[in-house]
Design a protein around this ligand. Structure first.
Ligand SMILES: Cc1cc2nc3c(=O)[nH]c(=O)nc-3n(C[C@H](O)[C@H](O)[C@H](O)COP(=O)(O)OP(=O)(O)OC[C@H]3O[C@@H](n4cnc5c(N)ncnc54)[C@H](O)[C@@H]3O)c2cc1C
Length: 291
């Protein structure tokens, strides 16, 4: 591995100053489960590794009084799925966090790193989109917020400027009678990259018989994870039944623009986008009904 400097600032201001000074030559280190491998394999070259794990805002998991959640960008997956309040209120986050790699990876890997690595197949991004999460970003000119669905711009690329970093992900409080779920398809049981993945969040009427609103996202079927707004809109105001859910699944499948590669063909991925969308809507409905 090439030599680089390691800096671990204690504040966001210091971190931003390092990024401003070094620009593209500096890279943020969260869990290191992507970046260390990329540097070791020569896929990335850098002068400074900026460890953000000593910055309180990047490592805090905060349940706000208003009911929302702020997940520090460097909080590891294991901390997320061991949090009882997250399990109760945001089970879809656990669906994602509990299958990113194995236990060793989960004790390092963060959702912030998963998002900033910006793989089209990343397993937390559809869930974050479905939950309506927002990126809290810091840079030399202050803070800004960006919906997760606008963050990834191309495979491995995102909306961060070289002197910006992701501080946290904020997720609104779940509404009454709401539920969400995530699933992926991989050719073996664990430790593989998704051939396709999908997440849905739904809010139901008080009696659980109709959809009030929904958000659906699919991954590994386009250059970036896709927010399929039309699929969620197709559910809003409709009764919860097979026909309505199949229509939303069809829309998600049609929105998919996959490639064929060693993991699966474009046709298989398009089919999977529909199948997984249907399944995550079904699970989200069960959770919204309190199952
Ligand atoms: C064996 C193995 C299995 C894996 N399995 C899966 C899997 O099943 N599903 C999946 O989605 N991924 C998987 N991954 C990939 C990886 O573990 C995840 O993407 C992980 O969430 C990355 O988080 P991290 O904290 O380790 O990120 P890091 O490696 O620290 O960072 C990743 C990238 O994001 C940037 N970055 C990190 N934090 C910030 C920040 N706060 N601000 C700005 N930029 C930042 C880094 O500079 C780097 O470019 C696997 C990796 C391995 C090695």
């Amino acid at each position: 591995m090439e030599a680089f400097d390691y800096i671990a600032p204690a504040t966001l201001d210091e971190a931003v100053a390092v990024l401003k000074q070094h620009g593209e030559r500096a890279r943020v280190l969260a869990g290191g489960t992507d970046i260390i491998i990329q540097v070791r394999e020569g896929r990335r070259s850098l002068g400074v590794m900026l460890d953000v794990k000593k910055i309180p805002e990047a490592t805090a998991l905060v349940h706000n009084n208003g009911g929302g959640l702020a997940i520090g960008a460097a909080v590891p997956c294991a901390q997320i799925y061991q949090d009882a309040e997250i399990a109760r209120r945001y089970p879809a986050l656990i669906d994602s966090a509990a299958l990113i790699g194995g236990i060793q990876i989960q004790s390092r890997a963060s959702l912030g790193g998963n998002l900033c690595n910006s793989s089209p197949a990343a397993d937390s991004i559809p869930t974050l989109i479905a939950l309506g999460a927002t990126c809290q970003i810091a840079g030399p000119s202050g803070r800004r917020a960006l919906p997760v669905e606008e963050f990834c711009t191309a495979p491995g690329r995102n909306a961060l400027a070289p002197d910006e970093l992701l501080v946290s992900l904020t997720i609104p409080a779940p509404q009454a009678h709401s539920g969400a779920a995530f699933e992926r398809f991989i050719p073996r049981n664990e430790m593989d990259i998704a051939v396709c993945n999908a997440a849905a969040s739904v809010t139901l009427s008080d009696d659980g018989s109709a959809f009030k609103s929904a958000r659906i996202a699919v991954g590994a079927v386009a250059p970036t994870p896709l927010f399929v707004k039309e699929a969620g809109d197709a559910l809003a105001g409709k009764p919860v039944n097979d026909e309505v859910i199949s229509q939303a699944a069809r829309i998600a499948s049609e929105a998919a623009r996959p490639i064929t590669d060693m993991r699966g063909s474009a046709a298989q991925r398009k089919h999977l986008a529909g199948v997984l969308t249907r399944r995550v809507i079904d699970t989200a409905v069960e959770r919204a009904r309190g199952a």
